[in-house]
Write a protein that binds this ligand. Structure first.
Ligand code: IPM
Ligand code: MG
Length: 353
């Protein structure tokens, strides 16, 4: 198969971790007789430096023409403490999601057995965790208008909006996913307070009629935050709005042992995009210490999305082997055990495909 991948390293550790995923993909291509073409393009602070725009039109074109996008991370401390910055790297990520119509962000939360003691939660709590959070990605408070300031800058406002159509399409993604899994969907909202949440719940109740085989339950987001760490095995598929999904998945990542383990797939109208759920970890940039596993596992999701299930599986098996053998970065190393570099981990996973 000929595969065209848009390669968007982005900021901080982004380029390093994407490079490790490319190593692994190259090895997959060689072993399974595929041809992978990579098309690098700038995004985030790197793109602001080069062009003044965090998501340049040329980058959008590269994404649209690709079969899939492999993305690293966005964010740069130069902008974080400058509330007056006119343009921010994160705007690039949000515009990219919007422009590519990536409304459904699938974030699987599971645990490799080898890491069971790395989780800050008790082994008996996390053992067997296997759920997917479907996060709505192009609506809600991230995009609602108006947003801004008034009263001479002394009052600020963001607006959360959702249309029935926006809710329905992501619900269908979640229901279809639940049908292929354990047929249990949890709709997470704050319907006791927010009008948008009441529209979510009402829409979910209607859409559920089309999926009689799926058991649906509804949970308020504060309770969900607690249930995810109290008893994560109770979940199969969670579906929720943009910001709730952002927060709950960072929380859920502790189950897997490290924020550096969780991959994601964003699906929508055009090419799908694959990215680790973590950020750009600027303190680690260039030090060869960041964990590349979340990006490597995102590459596995990319392969599976293209129907290459055996190839995706080969990547997962190799990742598992690295974890079992203790070929891990400092975030995962057992106390006193040796830590490996970003590139050592990528080399090992690639070599064992
Ligand atoms: C994520 C990140 C982004 C988000 C940031 C970098 C804008 O936290 O992908 O989860 O909030 O969506
Ligand atoms: Mg986040």
């Amino acid at each position: 198969m000929n595969i065209k991948i848009a390669l968007l390293g982005g900021d901080g550790i982004g380029p390093e971790i994407v490079a490790e995923a490319v190593k692994v993909l190259d090895r997959v291509a060689a072993k399974f007789f595929h041809r992978i073409e990579y098309h690098p393009a700038p995004v985030g602070a790197a793109a602001i430096d080069a062009t003044g725009d965090p998501y340049p039109e040329t980058t959008h074109k590269v994404c649209c023409e690709a079969d899939a996008v492999l993305f690293g991370a966005i964010g740069d401390p130069r902008y974080d403490n400058d509330p007056a910055a006119k343009v921010r790297p994160e705007q690039g990520l949000l515009r990219m999601r919007k422009a590519l119509g990536l409304y459904a962000n699938l974030r699987p939360v599971s645990l490799f057995d080898a890491l069971i003691d790395r989780s800050p939660l008790r082994a008996d709590v996390v053992r067997g965790t296997d759920f997917v959070c479907v996060r709505e990605l192009t609506g809600g408070i991230y995009f609602g208008r108006p947003q801004g300031r008034d009263e001479g800058g002394r009052r600020a406002f963001d607006t959360c909006t959702y249309t029935v159509e926006e809710i329905e399409r992501v619900l269908h993604t979640a229901f279809r996913l639940a049908m292929r899994r354990r047929r249990h969907l949890t709709v997470v909202d704050k319907a006791n307070v927010l009008e948008t949440s009441r529209l979510w719940r009402e829409t979910a109740q209607r859409v559920a009629g089309g999926y009689p085989d799926v058991t649906v339950d509804y949970m308020f987001v504060d309770n969900a935050a607690m249930q995810i760490v109290r008893c994560p095995t109770q979940f199969d598929v969670i579906v929720t709005e943009n910001m709730f999904g952002d927060i709950l998945t960072d929380e859920a990542s502790v189950i897997s042992g490290s924020l550096g383990m969780l991959p994601s797939a964003s699906l929508g109208d055009h090419a799908a995009l694959f990215e680790p759920i973590h950020g750009s970890y600027p303190q680690a940039a260039g030090k060869n210490i960041a964990n590349p596993m979340a990006t490597i596992l995102s590459a596995a999701m990319l392969l599976e999305h293209l129907g290459l299930n055996g190839e995706g599986r080969a990547v997962r098996v190799s990742v598992n082997r690295a974890l079992v053998e203790g070929i891990v970065t400092e975030d995962l190393a057992a106390p006193g055990a040796r830590c490996y570099g970003t590139s050592d981990v990528g080399d090992y996973v690639a070599a064992h495909i």
